[in-house]
Design a binder for this molecule. Structure first.
Ligand SMILES: Cc1cc2nc3c(=O)[nH]c(=O)nc-3n(C[C@H](O)[C@H](O)[C@H](O)COP(=O)(O)OP(=O)(O)OC[C@H]3O[C@@H](n4cnc5c(N)ncnc54)[C@H](O)[C@@H]3O)c2cc1C
Length: 421
């Protein structure tokens, strides 16, 4: 089989970000090639597989119907002493998907819309000519391959070669990563098989949480994300302790048995300062488009990738793929997501400094709506809440500083930037 080696756009990575960008650009008429080092996109699964959104947000996402294994209508966030903050609605507020099917269907859609693919091709470098990227170099079955392209879309995930080679993100600091493990489990005891459960606390999951995402009445994706360098045990031990010692975890997992083990890293430090350069666009995990507090990235990567595909094709038509022209992508995705990520980052930092006692107190004052406001970056509403409802001045001060990026929250950011340079 012949593969194209000269295209308008080469998309590196066939995950949700790459396939979405490729589908949009191909539909608009671009000659697109998606390369992925895997032979089967979406496998192995490295995900909690949850997409929690409002009804209108869900409608804007092209979620392959046959990948949905369960509909979600609520959540509970448990404090360290297991005080639940509960939220639910009658209508669907999210999905648990099967990423094997989800990723493959998005990939298939891109191909149906005209994209070509090259599976089993691992990209190793960028082709540079006079300081301008002209395509990518890769390896396919031991052979060196050169693919020429006017635009490279780097959708190659958390360890992005394209981000590193362009210098858009040379490295990720350890503390900006969550390490994550999880199981697909059967015989799980779920009292609310339409609700997602989150368990927090320094003893449960330092700077992170344990999740129980129901895949059906008795099946669940149960996993954990922990900040790298946080805590004294391995992430695997934290998850096992949840299943074997936690008062609620032991009930849920009493008869549960794993049928699949997952492991992965999540970039939770927010996006780099720039996600475009001459001839190159970064998208998805490669661009740090992950919510820093929740670690969720599926929907954000698809939202940003839609903008990426549109702008890439527009720039090709104009015949200008310079950084200035591609900056419309930067502007477009930041308008949609940046505020959310910025607040999420400060909330993540708040989790780093709060004690279990403070988290317990916070849980007594928070409503489910407040949690949604915090995650979705609706600052005005949170502000109202701090002023009028919180009765804990010490915690209120911390929350206020984190929301506004003041005090220790801003100082820390500046220090870290100095270290980086
Ligand atoms: C354990 C875990 C749990 C998670 N749970 C959730 C969740 O419940 N909900 C949620 O919204 N998000 C979750 N996330 C985050 C989510 O999985 C990512 O944000 C999402 O997959 C990002 O999509 P992407 O296309 O950018 O990257 P990926 O899905 O990582 O896809 C990148 C693709 O690039 C390919 N690739 C990489 N390097 C190369 C190379 N050099 N050459 C060629 N191909 C390459 C890979 O093979 C892969 O197919 C979780 C992540 C982890 C690790």
């Amino acid at each position: 089989m012949d593969f194209p080696t000269k295209v308008d756009i080469v998309v590196v990575g066939g995950g949700p970000a790459g396939s979405t960008a490729a589908a949009v650009a191909a539909k608009a008429g671009a000659n697109v090639l998606i390369v992925d080092r895997k032979n089967h996109v979406g496998v192995p699964v490295q995900c909690g597989e949850a997409i929690g959104k409002s009804k209108s947000e869900l409608e804007q996402l092209e979620i392959p119907k046959n990948s949905i294994v369960n509909t979600i209508s609520g959540f509970r966030v448990y404090s360290p002493s297991n005080i639940p903050v509960t939220w639910y609605r009658d209508e669907t507020q999210g999905y648990i998907v099967d990423r094997r099917v989800f990723d493959k269907e998005l990939f298939a859609k891109a191909v149906e819309l005209g994209a070509n693919t090259w599976l089993g091709m691992s990209v190793t470098d960028i082709i540079w000519e006079n300081g301008f990227p002209k395509g990518v170099l890769g390896r396919f079955r031991g052979e060196k391959i050169e693919i020429r392209a006017n635009i490279i879309i780097g959708a190659d995930g958390v360890n992005s070669v394209i981000a590193r080679e362009t210098g858009l993100r040379s490295y990720i600091r350890r503390k900006d990563l969550d390490t994550s493990v999880g199981y697909d489990m059967v015989n799980v005891e779920l009292d609310e098989p339409r609700w997602m459960d989150f368990f927090t606390g320094l003893k449960v999951a330092p700077r992170g949480y344990v999740w129980v995402f129901p895949q059906g009445e008795t099946r669940a994706n149960i996993g954990i994300g922990v900040g790298v360098g946080f805590g004294e045990k391995t992430v695997y031990q934290y998850l096992n302790d949840f299943m074997e010692k936690h008062p609620i975890g032991t009930k849920i997992c009493k008869n549960a048995k794993p049928i699949e083990f997952r492991v992965g890293a999540i970039p939770v430090g927010g996006p780099p300062k720039k996600t475009v350069t001459n001839g190159v666009i970064l998208v998805g995990d490669a661009a740090g488009q992950v919510h820093p507090l929740t670690g969720g990235g599926i929907s954000y990567s698809m939202t940003a990738a839609t903008v990426a595909g549109e702008i890439a094709q527009k720039c090709l038509v104009k015949g200008d793929v310079s950084e200035e022209a591609l900056a419309d992508y930067e502007k477009g995705w930041r308008e949609k997501l940046e505020e959310k990520f910025a607040l999420g980052l400060r909330m993540r930092k708040l989790l780093e400094v709060m004690t279990d006692e403070q988290l317990d107190k916070l849980a007594q004052h928070l409503s489910g709506d407040n949690i949604i406001e915090l995650v979705s970056g609706k600052l005005k509403k949170i502000w109202k809440y701090i002023k009028f409802r919180l009765k804990e001045p010490e915690i209120a001060k911390l929350l206020k500083q984190a929301i506004k990026g003041e005090g220790k929250f801003i100082e820390e950011e500046e220090e870290e930037e100095e270290q980086e340079t």
